[in-house]
Design a protein around this ligand. Structure first.
Ligand SMILES: [Zn+2]
Ligand SMILES: [Zn+2]
Length: 443
């Protein structure tokens, strides 16, 4: 792999700002299968651009599999000759029926609505790209807005988390009654897999290169220093370097330009405080209430974990404990620590800081496992006084913790911690993240 910090003598090199540490790098298109990583913060910047038809094919496959999984039953549950089966949509509608409409909306949006919007948008973008490739062809309307939206929607699609939650639910209820997997289950698992691969293949920088041509950096831009220190701003969407003074929107892709996310630390703190407050009801109130032969037993997140331990299901107990207890608390602590680090001026182990940030950003959505488990068992176990499970008030509060910590991670701008550590003596080390976005150009 070429050293992305090498001087820009290569005519094929492109100057790109690292979106996580703001260092300007001279990047050459890497070999197939390879990534170019930022040498300072190790963020994966670019990979080999291919004209691929696989992504649209995968998107169509995923949509067909989702349609199949919505049309057939998902899981069947039988006890003492009485049976009940659930469809995928029941996971949301039953929550609404139990007066948890907000939770029902979160479940429906993350497993159906967001993935469908994402896949349709991706197909629209690829149709647009094939028109752009032809002589005289123009992009379809709305293409730029959709390419900007795709990476933002990505973390909110949770079909893979739901598929894992279904497995956990099966283990949870397998001891209570006989459980049969229906065609909808297999179709949804296939859909989750196809969606996962489609998302992995998404590379916004390559999409922008095909839509708008390669980015052209200002002639005075140099690699090896931060964009801010050179009086430039890098577009977070398309990687285009441009002068700070000027329009608020990127000249190449039309995205809003921020030298640093506006009020990043204030918003992160506000969301973290809200998430911490929601942790109390999430862990103190039951997330599900089981009725068995007229006997009612509420279960909190922790008591649910202990139940798995009592039954000897250690791996599941560990998964639920990690996803529902360790991850949310760890994430709040980690983001608070990073926000303090961005304000302080003590020297830090930057590699460790960035690893912490990336783990918190990646891992957050997996905390939804427990919410989905509740949605599935509530939809499935509906045998009245014989055996039924109802959602408890803790579930909604826990979903709020997950959403708020995810929003906090997205609000946090990792470039702020690099600004504090930057060896660059430019204005990057001096500025406050609350300053307006269009300051006079530093030179
Ligand atoms: Zn970097
Ligand atoms: Zn842009």
């Amino acid at each position: 792999m070429d050293d992305p910090r090498a001087p820009d003598s290569d005519p094929h090199a492109t100057l790109l700002p690292c979106p996580q540490c703001d260092l300007v790098l001279s990047v050459v298109d890497p070999a197939p299968g390879e990534w170019v990583r930022c040498p300072r913060c190790l963020h994966p910047l670019a990979r080999h651009a291919v004209q691929d038809q696989t992504s649209p094919a995968l998107a169509v496959t995923a949509l067909i599999l989702l349609a199949v999984s919505l049309s057939f039953p998902y899981i069947r549950f039988e006890k003492n000759g009485i049976g009940e089966q659930m469809g995928l949509l029941d996971a949301a509608t039953e929550l609404a029926a139990f007066h948890h409409p907000a939770l029902a909306v979160v479940v429906f949006a993350t497993i159906v609505v967001m993935p469908v919007c994402f896949l349709l948008a991706l197909l629209w973008v690829h149709a647009s790209l094939s028109r752009v490739g032809r002589p005289g062809g123009a992009a379809l309307p709305g293409t730029a807005a959709l390419v900007r939206a795709l990476p933002r929607w990505q973390p909110w699609m949770m079909a893979d988390v739901f598929a894992i939650a279904a497995l956990v639910s099966l283990i949870k209820i397998a001891g209570m009654a006989e459980v049969t997997l229906k065609p909808g289950f297999w179709a949804f698992t296939g859909f989750a897999l196809a969606l996962l691969i489609t998302v992995q293949r998404l590379h916004p920088l390559a999409l922008w290169a095909r839509l708008a041509g390669p980015p052209v950096a200002p002639p005075d831009a140099r690699p090896g220093r931060t964009a801010l220190a050179q009086g430039l701003v890098g577009c977070e969407q398309c990687g285009h370097l441009q002068p700070l003074a000027g329009p608020h929107r990127c000249q190449r892709c039309g995205a809003r330009l921020h030298r640093r996310n506006p009020a990043s630390l204030q918003r992160t703190w506000a969301l973290l405080i809200a998430a911490t407050l929601c942790c109390f009801p999430a862990h103190l109130y039951p997330i599900m209430i089981t009725t068995s032969l007229g006997h009612t037993q509420p279960a909190t997140i922790i008591s649910g974990v202990l139940q798995f331990v009592q039954h000897g299901d250690w791996p599941i107990a560990l998964i639920i404990f990690t996803a529902s207890v360790l991850v949310p608390f760890g994430k709040i602590m980690a983001l608070a620590w990073l926000s303090l680090a961005a304000r302080g001026d003590r020297p830090l182990d930057m590699t460790a800081q960035m690893r912490l940030y990336r783990i918190t950003e990646w891992v957050g959505r997996w905390s939804m496992i427990d919410v989905f488990v509740v949605a599935i068992v509530v939809a499935l176990v509906r045998l009245g006084n014989l055996l039924s499970i109802a959602p408890g008030p803790g579930g909604g509060a826990f979903a709020a913790v997950v959403v708020l910590t995810m929003l906090a991670a997205f609000s946090f701008d990792p470039r702020l911690i690099w600004d504090r550590q930057s060896a660059d003596p430019g204005p990057a080390t001096q500025r406050n993240d609350d300053e307006p976005d269009t300051l006079p150009r530093h030179s």
